[in-house]
Design a protein around this ligand. Structure first.
Ligand SMILES: NC(=O)c1ccc[n+]([C@@H]2O[C@H](COP(=O)([O-])OP(=O)(O)OC[C@H]3O[C@@H](n4cnc5c(N)ncnc54)[C@H](O)[C@@H]3O)[C@@H](O)[C@H]2O)c1
Length: 248
């Protein structure tokens, strides 16, 4: 699909990769709705990008967002399913001094599932429903997975959601083929955004040292992959790793 033909929602569009994708899409002539819980970040986006605060973990807010976006842009044919959070921790942890064992907090487990898994699902469901209902074809969805989907110490919750995003990219591509909707996924390695800027410095340095291209990724590296998925009408049901060769 040509970028200038897109009427697209970008979740998590207030900062990091989502803000970069929204800005690039807008510059390419697409109509863009950026949605996020961060109203301040949304207000700082370039003029002309439609913005709406939305917590994707809440079903009703996703329903309202998608129907608002459809009305606002006079149609809808793209979704960048990008919003995501991390709440890292080992499943069980031993206190170094006392040897006492602690369990990973189930609220931290659930919060990541609520946003990265349920939120992404609600967005996909509302998007596909709207396109099918209004008989809009073609459509395209880009899911944000992660290299962490292969398994990563201290990220049980995040790994589970990002593996699900890659697997369901196949599920949804098969389910939505009859509605003319393609589904692709991007799996970033480590990218310079507020998400990774909040990481423990030692863990961050160790990860960067393991990247064969010798540097952390930047949002533009990922935009090139998102652009490919949007533009290439023969790309479907697959996940592209954009990680500088990092193996976790
Ligand atoms: N940065 C990385 O190294 C990296 C690596 C692999 C995958 N990813 C994935 O890429 C995507 C973007 O990551 P990023 O690094 O730009 O993150 P980020 O934390 O910089 O930005 C994420 C955005 O999502 C928004 N958000 C969080 N919860 C939300 C909710 N419930 N409803 C709506 N918006 C919400 C945040 O407010 C924020 O603006 C995420 O899905 C992330 O898991 C990131």
């Amino acid at each position: 699909m040509e970028l200038s033909q897109l009427k697209v929602i970008v979740t998590g569009g207030a900062r990091g990769m989502g803000a970069h994708f929204a800005t690039r899409l807008h510059a390419a002539g697409a109509q863009v709705v950026a949605a996020d819980v961060d109203a301040e970040g949304l207000a700082a986006l370039p003029k002309g990008i439609h913005t709406r605060t939305c917590n994707i973990a809440l079903e009703a807010e996703c329903e309202a967002l998608v129907s608002w976006a459809h009305a606002q842009m006079g149609g809808l044919n793209g979704l960048i399913n990008n919003a995501g959070i991390i709440r890292d921790g080992l499943v069980i942890r031993e206190n170094r001094e006392t040897g006492e064992l602690a369990k990973f907090d189930s609220k931290a487990w659930q919060s990541v599932l609520d946003v990265n898994l349920s939120g992404a699902f609600y967005m996909v469901r509302e998007f596909a429903y709207t396109l099918a209902q209004h008989k809009i074809k073609p459509g395209v969805i880009v899911n944000m997975s992660s290299v962490a989907r292969h398994g990563n110490r201290g990220q049980s919750n995040y790994v589970a959601t990002k593996a699900a995003m890659a697997a369901n990219t196949v599920t949804w591509a098969r389910e939505f083929a009859k509605y003319g909707i393609r589904v692709g996924a991007i799996a970033p390695g480590m990218v310079e955004t507020p998400m990774t800027q909040g990481m423990n410095q030692k863990a961050r340095d160790a990860l960067v040292a393991a990247i064969p291209v010798g540097r952390i990724g930047v949002p533009e590296d990922l935009w090139l992959a998102v652009k490919f998925v949007l533009e290439c009408d023969y790309f479907n049901a697959r996940t592209i790793d954009v990680d500088g060769g990092l193996v976790m």
